[in-house]
Design a protein around this ligand. Sequence first.
Ligand code: IPD
Ligand code: CA
Ligand code: CA
Length: 263
Amino acid sequence: MPTPHELSAFLSDLMPRLGAIAKDGYENPGPVEWKERGQPVTAIDRRIETLAREAIHQAWPGHAIQGEEHGSTPGNAPTTWYIDPIDGTMNFARGLPFFSVSIGAWRHDRMIAGSVLDPLRNEHFHAAAGLGAHLNERPLQLKPGRVLRDANVSLQTSAGSRYLKTPGFMPALQRRVAKTRRMGSIALEMAYVAAGRMDLVVGGRSKPQDWWDIAGAWAVLEESGGAVLDLSGKNLSPDSSHLVAGEPGLAREFIDWFESHPA
Ligand code: IPD
Ligand code: CA
Ligand code: CA
């Protein structure tokens, strides 16, 4: 069974090839198709995922793969790969320079390796369980001490989330924190938390069938000392439905605030 380090080394070899396709396609992405309302996809998304799946399958034929554009391939090993070929397709297709290629590998009960690549800035956020997180060569280590009042919070609400169903939550949050953001690539926003550029990502969807959105950054954030929790304060798991990701003390401050004074 490959070690987390081997999986991460594999990703470090693969990601630049995937990122080059995204970067080349950015100026001229071709027609946008709509999978459903609000869900754009381009031929570039599909091409990147196809290449990633072929590379994984060639290296480890028994590993399961779950990709956003080409679905699920079962495996016979305890490792599952989650692929988001372009996280932030809307930005990508409209010329907004904030999107990423994101891949994570899950084994047993955690993301053991992950990569998020911003091909326009040549920034590769990557991690292997037990070996730390890096932005390119630079180690990433979250510092404790930030409080909600001073936090820059990425808000990834979606229809049906408890945040949107809680009357007055949005204005209450805007009064409670320093700034809110939604930049269009949750993977990159979570990686930015690991790099200290943002403080917290609060999301309304985290079912395993959607884990390609967060898989790569999940490994990066945990290895930088961050916590990826659900609203009960436990580590995110297949049973979770909401996500709170950031420095552990800050994530818990958000959860306590939301559960006691949501509006
Ligand atoms: C989207 C991005 C975005 C999030 C949306 C996702 P996609 O992914 O992650 O940040 O807010 O909910 O659908 O469709 O561009 O891969
Ligand atoms: Ca996505
Ligand atoms: Ca995508």
